[in-house]
Design a protein around this ligand. Sequence first.
Ligand SMILES: CC(C)(COP(=O)(O)OP(=O)(O)OC[C@H]1O[C@@H](n2cnc3c(N)ncnc32)[C@H](O)[C@@H]1OP(=O)(O)O)[C@@H](O)C(=O)NCCC(=O)NCCS
Length: 177
Amino acid sequence: MLKGKIVDLVIVERTDLNIVKNWINDVDFVGEFEPFQQFTLAMLEKEYDKKSEYNEYFIQNKEGVRIGLIMHFKAGDQIGIGYMLVPLERGKGYGSEAVKIMVDYIFLHKNIVRIQAETHTSNIASQRVLEKAGFQKEGVLRKSFFSRGVWRDTAMFSILRDEWEKPKVLPLGYNFN
Ligand SMILES: CC(C)(COP(=O)(O)OP(=O)(O)OC[C@H]1O[C@@H](n2cnc3c(N)ncnc32)[C@H](O)[C@@H]1OP(=O)(O)O)[C@@H](O)C(=O)NCCC(=O)NCCS
């Protein structure tokens, strides 16, 4: 578990995939900006079994309730991240801390120099979350994905290892299991 002050990140087990399926098949969970697809449990299990490392985590509050998802994935030679909270838990600072924890974890444990995230240009909450974790906006990818019948622009954000400097939430030594 990756322990923060107001949330923890807990690895998604194969047996948890039904929860993930119900969330990501729900348009309210995915939010108004992200591409929306439907997945069967079998599709998620197949993807899960292909993974060479665990990369998807529940965002869990301090009462142990799962309130969202955060993941990291390969983006060229570097790493990309994505995140979503259940609608009732948005706007309470949980997304900001979850992203800071993920960034700390990646830079502490993976030999890469860049983490990136793409977000819809109108997704103010997502952009603030990234800025608060130290990401900089690099530019706009015009009409880079199609969702809800519209070709949409996305903003590319990144943080470099030199800009991160030191952990914001995680201590340098901690138990990871
Ligand atoms: C994006 C998301 C994860 C942000 O997490 P969150 O916990 O709601 O965000 P926080 O409470 O940590 O707030 C972060 C900042 O955004 C601001 N913010 C939050 N919701 C906002 C909104 N609806 N509009 C404008 N600003 C908003 C907050 O004020 C805060 O900024 P501040 O500290 O300068 O005041 C969450 O809103 C979400 O799950 N959205 C739907 C899925 C999604 O779009 N995921 C991102 C894909 S790139």
